[in-house]
Design a protein around this ligand. Structure first.
Ligand code: G3P
Length: 218
């Protein structure tokens, strides 16, 4: 399973990368805005800075909602670095753009996916990644993890190689459940990712080991 970090914060990306377990980064316009990044030059510089920090895929989202605009932006974003993946929303124009970009060997991440039908269309269009938003489904009393399971079944039935990227992660159990169900990638904020490291028995056990060591090594 690949671990991506879902942030545009350079310090958080550095921290996750320093663990040696980071496979990529996803961003979106809201995460860029949170960092105070605005204006085309600043946005492109920031993507470049992120791409310099990680070797793996870095998702950068288009702002256009029409096909021509998406394609124009995709080719511009692609110039920033080889590891840029163009993030395209799941819309009528978005599917056409994903198909076009896939035919031109440009990696895409189909975002804002909330249903099995949307995921099937993304795979048919040749998306590199599909991003079901599990937290936002849970937020409206739907079942985000079940959607991952359903997409896994559909993709396996037909051998689609679109990678399932579990997004909108709220807590560490979203990561665990996504792993159990067979998501290819999880993109998480730093906090749930680091929470996977913790267990009270680990802390207690280490405390005891060190106390016992000190008995004969004052
Ligand atoms: O990057 C897309 C997704 O992970 C957004 O998450 O927390 O805004 O629902 P969230």
């Amino acid at each position: 399973m690949k671990f991506f970090i879902d942030t545009a914060n350079l310090k958080e990306i550095e921290e996750a990368a320093s663990l040696g377990i980071l496979d990529g980064v996803t961003t979106n316009p809201s995460l860029m805005a949170k960092e105070g990044i605005g204006g085309k030059a600043m946005i492109f510089d920031h993507y470049k800075a992120i791409c310099d920090l990680v070797d793996g895929p870095v998702s950068a989202e288009v702002i256009s909602t029409d096909f021509d605009g998406m394609i124009r932006e995709a080719f511009e974003l692609r110039e920033i670095a080889d590891n840029i993946v163009v993030k395209i929303p799941m819309t009528h124009a978005g599917i056409k753009a994903i198909k076009y970009l896939s035919d031109h060997d440009i990696n895409t991440n189909c975002t804002l996916v909330f249903s099995q039908g949307q995921a099937l269309m993304a795979a048919k269009a040749g998306a590199t990644f599909v991003s079901p938003f599990i937290g936002r489904l849970d937020d409206i009393s739907s079942d985000g993890i079940q959607l991952i399971a359903d997409i896994r079944l559909i993709y396996d039935n037909y051998g689609f190689d679109t990678q399932i990227l579990a997004a909108s992660i709220r807590h560490p159990m979203h990561i665990i459940e996504s792993a159990k169900i067979g998501a290819d990638v999880v993109t998480s904020p730093l906090k749930p990712l680091l929470a996977l490291l913790n267990h009270p028995l680990t802390d207690k056990g280490l405390e005891k080991f060190l106390a016992d060591y000190r008995k004969n090594n004052p």
